[in-house]
Design a protein around this ligand. Structure first.
Ligand code: NAD
Ligand code: ZN
Ligand code: ZN
Length: 378
């Protein structure tokens, strides 16, 4: 059936209120407008950032919303002004934009883009002209993506075309967690061959950071997590040492400094906690250590003394692993197809969209790495 130009009715997981379970509803997805693409989502996964918005941000006016931003799908139809996509193309949505025309996109130093959702909207959840609606109500789009749905509409700046043979129920993870962690090590920290690294937090983002450190040639990679069940996985991605902060009475940065005779060369915070951000900085060698903030929190603040940095440390952060988003995703999928990037190893569970609350609970309890939810057959 040709659906182009028509409203599509399909299933989606709607977050009606903060901190309340998502509800599978029939929603209506309007056709794409100028520079937009309507995508049939085939597979999607829950990332910690979805939970953060549902449970912690508690945004007063931000609901109802369809969450979800880590996914892969197939182009259903395109709006006017779209020439680089056609129906049938395999694609990955990305919360970070790449318009290719703005001051930032033209500068190799950054992956910022003036089209990024948070730049063009008042905040990440506001979407006054969303294409989604349910029971006569507008449903906000999350980060310009909203992938906990069988169909969604995405701007061309937030969609990467990928290899036509890529398995969508695997490469969906390249849409956030894998690029974020891997790129934070390779692009942002710029991990060096023979170096010593520490990665705090071993969810999908942290494990991808471990893989990035390993690919960059680090000789020692210390994996830190309060859940020791994560260590076995971290080993597969290249971690060499394992530390559970709960096993130590002294601050964790002191433990790492002792283990490394003075500190690690590179540290990556992949938890989303200001206390861990502080530990990760202090765990680096004072003379040249580089610490990268990857975890997401808007509410908490962190502190450091000027002398912690005056000695020569660098403190930095990145969104989406510093990758120019569309180029990065296309390249990372190609790497996977060339067997140079692990992806399948991140998947601990496979479910259907209808089981999304099971996936959310597993993520909340850190009992999974990634749960891939099939939204519709490939
Ligand atoms: P996750 O919940 O799967 O993993 C977090 C891990 O941290 C868990 O294994 C947990 O046991 C561990 N942890 C908790 N407290 C700890 C502590 N005190 N010390 C060490 N480990 C601890 O989450 P994820 O999906 O891998 O995401 C990780 C973070 O990255 C989140 O904050 C998320 O919002 C953020 N994120 C940032 C970007 C970006 O562009 N910068 C993109 C995606 C996700
Ligand atoms: Zn994410
Ligand atoms: Zn741009």
């Amino acid at each position: 059936m040709d659906t182009a130009g028509k409203v599509i009715k399909c299933k989606a997981a709607v977050a009606w209120e903060p901190s309340k379970p998502l509800v599978i509803e029939e929603i209506e997805v309007a056709p794409p407008r100028v520079n937009e693409i309507r995508v049939k989502i085939v597979a999607t996964a829950v990332c910690h950032t979805d939970l953060y918005h549902l449970y912690e941000r508690m945004h007063k006016d931000g609901f109802p919303v369809v969450l979800g931003h880590e996914a892969a799908g197939i182009v259903e139809s395109v709006g006017s002004g779209v020439t680089e996509f056609k129906p049938g193309d395999k694609v990955i949505p990305i919360f970070a934009s790449q318009c290719a025309d703005c001051l930032f996109c033209k500068n190799p130093k950054t992956n910022h883009c003036v089209q990024t959702w948070s730049e063009v909207r008042e905040d990440a959840l506001t979407a006054p002209d969303s294409r989604l609606s349910c029971k006569g109500k507008k449903i906000l789009q999350f980060l310009g993506t909203s992938t906990f749905s069988e169909y969604t509409v995405i701007r061309k700046y937030n969609l990467a075309k990928i290899h036509p043979d890529a398995p969508l129920d695997k490469v969906c993870l390249i849409g956030c967690g894998i690029c974020t962690g891997y790129g934070s090590a390779v692009n942002t920290a710029k991990v060096e061959k023979g170096s010593t690294c520490a990665v705090f937090g071993l969810g999908a983002v942290g494990l991808a950071a471990v893989m990035g450190c390993s690919t960059a040639g680090a000789k020692r990679i210390i994996a830190v997590d309060t859940n020791p069940e994560k260590f076995e996985k971290a080993k597969i991605f290249g971690a060499t040492d394992f530390v559970n902060p709960k096993d130590h009475s002294k601050p964790i940065h002191e433990v790492l400094q002792e283990m490394t005779q003075g500190g690690v060369d590179f540290s990556l915070e992949c938890v989303g906690s200001s206390a861990v951000v502080e530990s990760a900085l202090l765990a680096t060698v004072p003379a040249w250590g580089v610490s990268v903030i990857v975890g997401y929190t808007r509410v908490q603040k962190f502190t450091a003394r000027p002398t912690d940095l005056l000695s020569g440390r660098t403190w930095k952060g990145a969104l989406f692993g510093g990758f120019k988003s569309k180029d990065g995703v296309t390249d990372m999928v190609q790497r996977y197809m060339d067997k140079k990037l692990m992806v399948d190893e991140f998947i601990t569970h496979n479910m259907d969209l209808g089981q999304i609350m099971e996936a959310v609970e597993l993520m909340k309890k850190a009992q999974c790495i990634r749960v891939v939810l099939k939204t519709s057959p490939q």
